[in-house]
Write a protein that binds this ligand. Structure first.
Ligand SMILES: Nc1ncnc2c1ncn2[C@@H]1O[C@H](COP(=O)(O)OP(=O)(O)OP(=O)(O)O)[C@@H](O)[C@H]1O
Ligand SMILES: [Mg+2]
Length: 265
């Protein structure tokens, strides 16, 4: 059955899109059929990092002006990509019905992916929470700064209290290595567990890396490079951990499940 992963963060600019793109490609390399949905409507830029130039946007399929199949843009390694568009400021704050339609549209993807990865807007807006709650597994990207911790805490609190999301896979970005990621994670987990009844696990980390910065500038994702680069070993490890994480059973609108209940959308 198709599974889904939301990549979210509290604070913006912490590396979500880079992780969503490289997670998608790493899973593709592992033999999964992956579709990446750029759900950061209004600020969509995953196509830039992925190095593709989509002709149509998911909004075209939502409005019915273009068939869904024509909005699917082929990406590297056989993955598929659904663009959130560019300059779609009218889609910045989707209403409940449009969010519902977007999530339900994924049921009609042909061929059905093994894994849908969604790049979710930063923050704890209704949009972010709806796209987080729709996924089986939720990745929250952190960096080691108090503002990132505080905003990630707010996102997790909202996803848990408003939509019943229980399990979160944490990825710590821009660290020196595993030790620093574990230290940041321990600090963050300590804060969260004091106030919320959720389960966090450290899925992995990405190093602060000039190679990653360069890959973004050059529009050639790092995971298309040498498998043995430290960045790519970290991506392989975190991708496996995310796939192995306990899926959420939250109520409401979920990808690939035709529940009519609209709670949390
Ligand atoms: N591991 C890393 N090493 C070095 N630079 C990084 C790393 N991850 C991200 N960056 C830098 O951070 C910038 C922002 O990354 P990205 O666009 O993935 O963040 P985001 O969380 O998706 O942002 P937004 O909230 O605006 O969507 C990148 O352009 C890149 O320069
Ligand atoms: Mg982004």
């Amino acid at each position: 059955m198709a599974s889904s992963i939301a990549v979210a963060s509290g604070k913006g600019g912490v590396g979500k899109t880079n992780i969503a793109v490289n997670l998608s490609l790493t899973l593709s390399r592992m033999g999964k059929k992956v579709t990446l949905l750029d759900a950061d409507f209004g600020m969509a830029n995953a196509h830039i990092l992925l190095g593709v130039n989509p002709q149509n946007y998911i909004s075209d399929a939502i409005s019915g002006s273009v068939p869904l199949a024509d909005t699917v843009c082929p990406g590297p390694l056989g993955m598929n990509f659904l663009s959130g568009g560019s300059g779609l400021l009218d889609m910045l704050n989707l209403d409940k019905k449009t969010r519902y339609e977007t999530i339900r549209l994924m049921d009609n993807l042909e061929p059905k992916p093994d894994v849908l990865v969604a790049d979710v807007p930063a923050g704890a807006s209704d949009n972010s929470i709806a796209f987080v709650a729709a996924a089986d597994r939720v990745v929250v990207v952190l960096v080691g700064e108090p503002t990132s911790f505080l905003d990630a805490y707010s996102l997790i609190k909202a996803a848990n209290l408003e939509a019943g999301v229980q399990n979160f896979s944490i990825v710590v970005n821009m660290v020196t290595g595993k030790g620093q990621a574990q230290a940041h994670f321990a600090k963050f987990q300590n804060i969260v567990y004091r106030f919320l009844d959720v389960k966090l696990e450290l899925a992995g980390y990405l190093p602060l890396s000039n190679r990653i910065r360069k890959s973004i500038v050059e529009r050639r994702p790092i995971s298309l490079g040498d498998k043995n680069l430290p960045e790519n070993l970290a991506l392989q490890s975190l991708s496996k951990a995310v796939m192995d994480a306990t899926p959420n059973q939250s109520n409401g609108i979920r990808y690939f499940s035709k529940t009519p209940n609209m709670v949390g959308a």
